[in-house]
Design a protein around this ligand. Structure first.
Ligand SMILES: C[S@@+](CC[C@H](N)C(=O)[O-])C[C@H]1O[C@@H](n2cnc3c(N)ncnc32)[C@H](O)[C@@H]1O
Length: 284
């Protein structure tokens, strides 16, 4: 049994999760779900695929139900406690002490909590992972107890965004959203196109996922930037394939590529970036 914890936009994370299960052929049975998390069974291992999700924060392996499941947690010298469904400092401390008491026969242990939150953020888990364990409690209809086994890597996503040689801060899409959008296609492989590719954020995700990547944009400068970024990606992330990039007006797409596409993933041109609500006249 597993649990997944959704990100900042839980509805989008949930939609992505279901599309992802179709994409990778996972059969899922919901055990319990809330707005921010879901406990489920899967017919295949989810752990090795988890890094393909953009909108989920943690994957938890559930060890049991009820407080007595604390006995089934694996010993760790240093651990943290994440609770979902309750914001209760006293409860948090009690659960931590109970785990510590159970570990006593195996050795000394310590637990800690970052300020102001009851659930350990991914970046802090990653810093200590896997020596520091994150023990997780879900308070729903039942109490589920587990251990975090995978986290979305915010450092990788940040690198994919801000370390690229060519940046377009306002115009380019966050890499996390590009990953979510690729999953939403529900398509596992084939020819993927972004016909408004800009500096190539979505195309870079195609390559990271080993897909046949195509990108076009009417602006030659954008295509030049995308080429530079994808060369950087090849070096930094060892992507094996290259992408087909063309300067092309979307209205003439038929003439620019001679292949059939299995999926189009794109963020089209939506007019000039706005810093305030436009007046009616400006909007028209
Ligand atoms: C919102 S941006 C896309 C940014 C991209 N997702 C990224 O991360 O860099 C829209 C892009 O559409 C391009 N564009 C505008 N009109 C176009 C057209 N008629 N055909 C093709 N591309 C067009 C612009 O040059 C711009 O790069």
């Amino acid at each position: 049994m597993y649990a997944v914890i959704y990100g900042k936009n839980p509805k989008l994370s949930e939609a992505e999760f279901w599309a992802f299960t179709k994409r990778f052929g996972l059969k899922i049975k919901i055990i319990e779900s809330s707005r921010h998390w879901m406990v489920f069974d899967s017919d295949k291992s989810v752990e090795r695929l988890f890094h393909r999700l953009g909108g989920s924060l943690k994957l938890v392996k559930i060890v049991g139900e009820g407080e007595e499941a604390i006995r089934d947690l694996e010993y760790a010298k240093l651990f943290t406690v994440s609770i979902y469904g309750r914001d209760d400092w006293k409860l948090w401390r009690e659960l931590g002490s109970e785990i510590k008491k159970n570990f006593k026969s195996q050795g000394p242990s310590k637990f800690f909590k970052p300020a102001k939150v009851y659930a350990m953020p991914s970046e802090l888990i990653l810093k200590g992972f896997p020596e520091v364990k994150d023990f997780v409690f879900f308070f729903g209809g039942n109490l589920y107890v587990g251990e975090t086994i995978a986290v979305a890597d915010p450092f990788e996503l940040k690198k994919l965004d801000v370390e690229r040689p060519v940046q377009r801060a306002i115009l380019s899409i966050p890499p996390r959203l590009a990953r979510i959008m690729v999953n939403l296609t529900e398509i596992r492989q084939g020819n993927f196109l972004d016909p408004f590719c800009g500096i190539g954020t979505i195309v870079q995700e195609f390559l990271l996922q080993g897909l046949n990547a195509y990108g076009s944009d009417s602006n030659p400068k954008a295509i030049h930037g995308a080429k530079k970024n994808l060369n950087w990606l090849k070096k930094e992330f060892r992507t094996k394939r290259g992408a087909h990039l063309e300067v092309c007006d979307v209205r003439k797409l038929k003439h620019c590529f001679r292949v059939k596409f299995d999926a189009i993933v794109t963020e089209p041109y939506m007019g000039k970036p706005l810093k305030y609500h436009p007046t009616k006249g400006e909007a028209i």
